[in-house]
Ligand binder design. Structure first.
Ligand code: GLU
Length: 451
């Protein structure tokens, strides 16, 4: 069986590599899915004939554009922007915009590919896309960010719309930028419309969109820990990052009785052996510059320059920063320090060899496709509210979010019967790939052989 999978995988990856030479993140993401679903494809005549995975591995459209803007010194700046419209099988292209200096076509393509499976798992009518620019907002003035956002949306506007492609935020793109870009799109199109999600509530954004990814991550983690016969109560949780996903995940984890023992930034680690209190979290989220390195004693926090969260004692690891942030050495440190569960708040934060080590050591792992789907799920609810010219209460959105995350969990555990077991429990990584694939494949078949 293993030999058969290896030979299917290597001939499949040969074709994909020929088309995407050198795009390492993209190839990593495709291979992770391919190794789990190729035998399912081969077992179905209809899927094989439709060449489902090969088609899913090729974006419907890749748009690249230049973003020309002026900095505060009056210098002309040139950045590169992209929008990958991955799949419109299940609904309008849907996925975030990321502004980071090292964004590349490979990274945008891997994110768009992952998004297709994640969005499929939500059960909502969402296609998949991803975009962004190689722009670094850190250190830029508010006026520079506004000029960049205007130039970026001016270039992108013609390619998106409420029924065609609905971007959202991601790293470097938050509510404020989405508000600015919503205005630019409206001016450009002459229409009101929910063309971006994650926009400010005052412009038609949804309650709880900002919190959704972090809250959803904890709802999923709670279900996963419960399936293993335990609860979050008293568990030591190591969180990486201190951005949007991390902060809301940490908040919800504390509310659920867990002990959040770390948060991190580019510069180092904040640890709290007794657990972050709400006050400590509030302080860290607004602390800026050098002040962040000297937490007030009373908060029970310690700052260590350059340290990583994965060397801490913990029961649950929540990588919420960026791709490949947990390598093999980090994974070894986690298992040495007692980690039993890991749920991905970021997209593909664990390298392949690290994931293999964790699974051999019996760590139950929830992939980002499932565990961080809460963000895009509430984006889907924002689209429903915009399309219906209505607004839901935070309570209603939270209830829907919890239900969607529990449904995703159930969908994955039900794959256990067919293929996805690990030490008597669910192999969530494999189950997420298989369940997402099945939904996309069914849509492809329903649309006819070339639909
Ligand atoms: N960027 C988020 C993600 O990775 C949210 C996408 C969205 O809301 O469209 O899923």
């Amino acid at each position: 069986m293993k030999d058969r999978v290896d030979s299917l995988l290597s001939s499949f990856m040969e074709q994909v590599t020929a088309r995407h030479e050198g795009e390492s993140e993209y190839l990593q993401a495709v291979q992770e899915v391919a190794q789990d679903v190729l035998t399912i494809e081969k077992a179905s005549h209809a899927y094989t004939r439709a060449r489902v995975l090969e088609r899913l591995s090729e974006a419907e459209r890749v748009i690249s554009f230049s973003v020309i803007w002026e900095d505060d010194a009056g210098e002309v700046q040139i950045n590169r922007g992209w929008r990958v419209q991955q799949s419109s099988l299940l609904g309008p292209y849907k996925g975030g915009l990321r502004w980071v200096p090292d964004l590349s076509p490979s990274v945008v393509k891997f994110l768009a590919f992952e998004q297709a499976f994640k969005n499929a798992l939500t059960g909502l009518p969402l296609g998949a896309g991803k975009g962004g620019a190689d722009f670094d907002p850190s250190g830029r003035s508010a006026a520079e960010i506004a000029r960049f956002a205007t130039a970026f949306m001016t270039a992108l506007a013609r390619h998106i719309g409420p029924e065609t492609d609905v971007p959202a935020g991601d790293i470097g793109v938050g509510e404020q930028e989405l508000g600015l870009m919503t205005r630019v799109w409206m001016q450009h199109s002459g229409r009101w419309g929910g063309v971006l999600t994650g926009k400010p509530v005052a412009l038609g954004g949804s309650a709880l969109r900002a919190e959704a990814t972090g809250y959803g991550l904890i709802y999923f983690s709670a279900a996963m820990v419960q399936a293993a016969g335990d609860t979050l109560e008293g568990k030591r949780v190591a969180v990486s990052g201190r951005g949007n996903v991390s902060r809301h995940a940490a908040r919800k984890a504390i509310v659920q009785g867990a002990r959040v023992v770390t948060m991190s930034g580019r510069d180092g680690l904040w640890s709290a052996p007794d657990g972050f209190t709400h006050d400590a979290l509030d302080w860290l989220l607004v602390a800026e510059g050098d002040a962040a390195y000297s937490p007030p004693k009373a908060l029970g926090l310690r700052f260590e320059e350059g340290a990583s969260p994965w060397a801490s004692d913990c029961d649950i690891a929540l990588p919420c920063a960026t791709q490949n942030e947990i390598g093999l050495d980090d994974a070894r440190a986690l298992t040495d320090n007692g980690c039993r569960f890991l749920a991905e708040g970021a997209n593909m934060p664990v390298t392949r060899d690290a994931a293999e080590h964790l699974s051999a050591a019996g760590v139950v792992q929830a992939p980002g496709k499932a565990a961080n789907a809460g963000g895009v799920a509430v984006s889907g609810l924002e689209m429903q509210q915009n399309a219906g010219f209505t607004r839901w209460s935070a309570g209603r959105v939270d209830e829907c979010l919890r239900e969607i995350m529990c449904d995703i969990h159930d969908r994955l555990t039900s794959e256990r019967q067919s293929c996805c077991t690990q030490g008597g429990g669910t192999d969530y990584r494999r189950a997420a790939n298989v369940a997402g694939y099945r939904r996309l494949a069914e849509a492809m078949i329903a649309a006819g052989p070339t639909g």
